[in-house]
Every structure is written in structure tokens, then in C-alpha cells.
Ligand binder design. Structure first.
Ligand code: PMP
Length: 401
């Protein structure tokens, strides 16, 4: 039967439903910035909404490196890595990333989103089993869907549930591969995965473990090497352990990477379609990532400053009486509940000079809408006091305190 009405009516209907549920989103170029403070219409706004955690995105060393390479190599690579797009710079970045992460090998992807898509679909397929944390990032969820493996979602950070599901698969004679996948630091809750237990379980069951360190890279672990770097050498030596990180957040640049055995990167170069069928990252972006790694190695105090700021804001919000869920890091959620109230809180915070956006379903579960505050190493104590005063005032107005 022919559809009645105009061809794009389904779009009008969907957008109207989103608007009615307070879940409609729009782009706001006037607020786009990775700086710690934004100047807009003569007003200053404290930025608590950027993943530029170390403030490196406009660091003079990154800009100088990108500028120099821009002059010599130009703006784009013009082909994929496997055709003519794999420059010495790309190879140098991969060697440096492997060294930084203490791994045998690294492979760069064009973003964290496509890295997860490419890696998961290369690791598992129909007949295989994925166990995925309930709060994993959308790119992991989409990778699982695209892989067509059976995907079981386990309760957030619940390693006992993972143990049960692995034992169940064994009892049922599951003969395919098994992949356990988790964020290391959860992007909307600011809490961390039980990594040591997950590695142990995967080792016992011969399962693969994919850990997404997008928000931990440059921020947590020794020198910002991520949470896996906190584990004993012997735990980390498990062959089935694969880690992803992004260059787009704390490292202030763009792109992502996977680290693991050379066998893994060799395999992905040959099998991961989102690696194979896309143009290589532009040279200035690669140069900026290299400069960020150098800075991190030379200035580990950047990471310490981020952590000190994180503890100050997190503890300050908790002392005011806000529910910051299980956050233990530089990502601090302030639970509000309903999407409409979270939007109201974000609007009032902005009035008060603080940019901290509302996070609503489907990014977080229904009834768990929140303000997500992320701290930067370049925020000062007085910046954070300013934020705490604004949160207190708005929290009282909205009767959250
Ligand atoms: N993984 C996680 C956990 C993320 O939070 C994000 C981005 N928010 C990504 C992957 C995607 O990274 P990118 O922005 O580099 O595509």
C-alpha cells in the first residue's frame, strides 16, 4: 500500500515526538569551544562541558607542530592508509602510542567511534558471543549490533554477572569466540570498570577483553597512560586484552588508536573495514597528537593538576548535597532525574555563567537525566569555586538541595 502524505512526514512526526518528550536536540555553534572559558556576546562562561581535559587543544606546542606539518605536507592525505596514505608521521604516531601504552603495537583509526565499530566487527561475528556493560558508549553498542554476534548486556560494572554469563556459555557448549567489552572510565557516570576482575575472568574462559580508555587516556593511570596501566604487568600480559584510546579528548587532537600484540594490528589492518576503507588522518592532526604525547611525557604534572581539580569539584558538589552517582574521576555527573528538569538546570547554570550541559535519554537511561560536569587541568581554584557557587544557587532554586 502507498504511504499517505508527504515523503518526509516520518521526520516531522519523529521530531515532534522528541520535542514533546523534551528530548529534542539542536546544534549550538555559539557555545562550541574547547577553551576553559568562553566569551559569548560580551559574557564569559566557565566551560564544564569539554573533553579537552588537559587543555591541550589550543596549546602552543600542538599548534606549532600542526602548523609546521601543514606547511610541509598540506591538509589531507588523499587516500587510505593501505593505498598511498600511510606516511612516516602515521607510523611514528603508532610507534609512540605503543611505547606510551607499554604495548607491542598500535594502530590509528580515524575516530573513537569508528575504532570501536572496526575492532568489534573484526573480532566477532555470527555464532560468537559478546558480553557488554549496560553503560557502554554508543560506539560500542553500534559495533556490537553491526557484528551480528549474540550480545548480552550485563548490569553496570558487575563482574559477578560476567562470571555467571561466561559459566553459562560454557555449560551450554558455546563454541564460538567470546568478547567482553567495557569502557574503562564511563563517560556519563565518571566511574570505573572492575578491570582486574574482568581480565581474570576472560583469562579463565579464554575470552577476549576489549577496554575503551577514551576518557582515561591522558587522565588516569601513571602519567595518564590509562587505567589498564595501573594493573600488574602479569595481568596486563594477557594476550586477549585489547585497549582502545582516543586522541580527541585529553590529547587535544583527533583520531583514535588500538594497542595490543603486533598480531592484532596486523589482523586489523587486513580485516577491519572502517580502517581499510577510509582516508588517512590529515598530517597536521597526526603532528598535533605527536606533540601531545611529548607534552604528556615531559609534563606529568598536567595529569596531577587534572586529578586535583577533579577531586575539588567532585567533593565540593558532594558536600553541597548533590548526587554525583559513583563518580571517582574528572567526569562528575549531577543527577537531576527528568529530562525537562535537567534542561532547566542547564539553562539556569548558563544564566549564572557556567556551561554544563544536560545529558538526557537515550544517552543515559530514562529518569537518570543529569548535568555532566567535566573538569580541566587548566581550570583554577577560583574557577571551580565560581562553579560550586552557581551549582549551589541553582540547586536551591530547583529544590535539588
Ligand atoms: N568511546 C567512548 C567511551 C566515548 O565516550 C567516545 C566519545 N564520546 C568515543 C568512544 C568516540 O570517540 P571519538 O569522539 O574520537 O569518535
Amino acid at each position: 500500500m502507498m504511504q499517505e502524505g508527504r515523503p518526509l512526514d516520518f521526520m516531522r512526526a519523529r521530531l515532534q515526538t522528541l520535542q514533546e518528550a523534551q528530548l529534542y536536540r539542536r546544534l549550538r555553534p555559539e557555545l562550541g569551544s574547547s577553551e576553559p572559558w568562553l566569551e559569548r556576546d560580551g559574557r564569559r562562561l566557565l566551560n564544564l562541558s569539554s573533553n579537552n581535559y588537559l587543555g591541550l587543544a589550543d596549546h602552543p606546542a600542538l599548534k606549532a607542530a600542526a602548523r609546521q606539518v601543514l606547511e610541509r605536507w598540506g591538509c589531507g592525505m588523499g587516500s587510505s592508509r593501505l593505498i598511498a596514505g600511510s606516511s612516516a608521521l602515521h607510523a611514528e604516531l603508532e610507534a609512540r602510542l605503543a611505547r606510551f601504552k607499554g604495548s607491542e603495537s598500535a594502530l590509528v583509526f580515524n575516530s573513537g567511534y569508528v575504532a570501536n565499530l572496526g575492532i568489534i566487527t573484526a573480532l566477532v561475528g555470527p555464532g560468537d558471543l559478546i558480553l557488554s556493560d549496560a553503560l557502554n558508549h554508543a560506539s560500542i553498542i553500534d559495533g556490537c549490533r553491526l557484528s551480528r554476534a549474540t550480545c548480552k548486556v550485563y548490569p553496570h560494572a558487575d563482574s559477578a554477572a560476567v562470571a555467571r554469563l561466561l559459566a553459562e556459555a560454557r555449560r551450554n557448549g558455546h563454541s564460538g569466540k567470546t568478547l567482553v567489552v567495557t569502557d574503562s572510565l564511563f563517560s556519563m557516570d565518571g566511574d570505573v570498570a572492575p578491570l582486574e576482575e574482568l581480565v581474570d575472568l576472560c583469562r579463565q574462559h579464554g575470552a577476549l577483553l576489549l577496554v575503551d580508555e577514551a576518557h582515561a587516556t591522558g587522565c588516569l593511570g601513571p602519567g595518564g597512560r590509562g587505567l589498564l596501566a595501573d594493573l600488574d604487568e602479569e595481568v596486563r600480559a594477557y594476550e586477549g586484552l585489547i585497549a582502545v584510546g582516543t586522541l580527541s579528548k585529553a590529547l587535544g587532537s583527533f583520531g583514535a588508536f588500538v594497542v595490543g600484540p603486533a598480531l592484532l594490528t596486523d589482523y586489523l589492518i587486513n580485516v577491519a573495514r572502517p580502517f581499510i576503507f577510509t582516508t588517512a588522518l590529515p598530517p597536521p592532526v597526526v603532528a598535533a597528537s605527536l606533540a601531545a604525547l611529548t607534552l604528556l611525557e615531559e609534563q606529568p604534572m598536567l595529569v596531577e593538576r587534572l586529578q586535583a581539580n577533579a577531586a575539588y569539584l567532585r567533593q565540593g558538589l558532594q558536600a553541597l548535597g548533590f548526587n554525583t552517582l559513583a563518580s571517582s574521576t574528572h567526569i562528575v555527573p549531577v543527577l537531576v532525574g527528568e529530562a525537562s528538569q535537567a534542561l532547566e538546570m542547564a539553562a539556569r547554570l548558563q544564566e549564572a555563567g557556567v556551561l554544563a550541559v544536560a545529558i538526557r535519554p537515550p544517552t543515559v537511561p530514562a529518569g537518570m537525566a543529569r548535568i555532566r560536569a567535566s573538569v580541566m587541568a587548566v581550570h583554577t581554584r577560583s574557577d571551580l569555586d565560581f562553579a560550586l557557587e552557581a551549582f549551589e544557587r541553582v540547586g536551591r532554586e530547583l529544590r535539588l538541595l
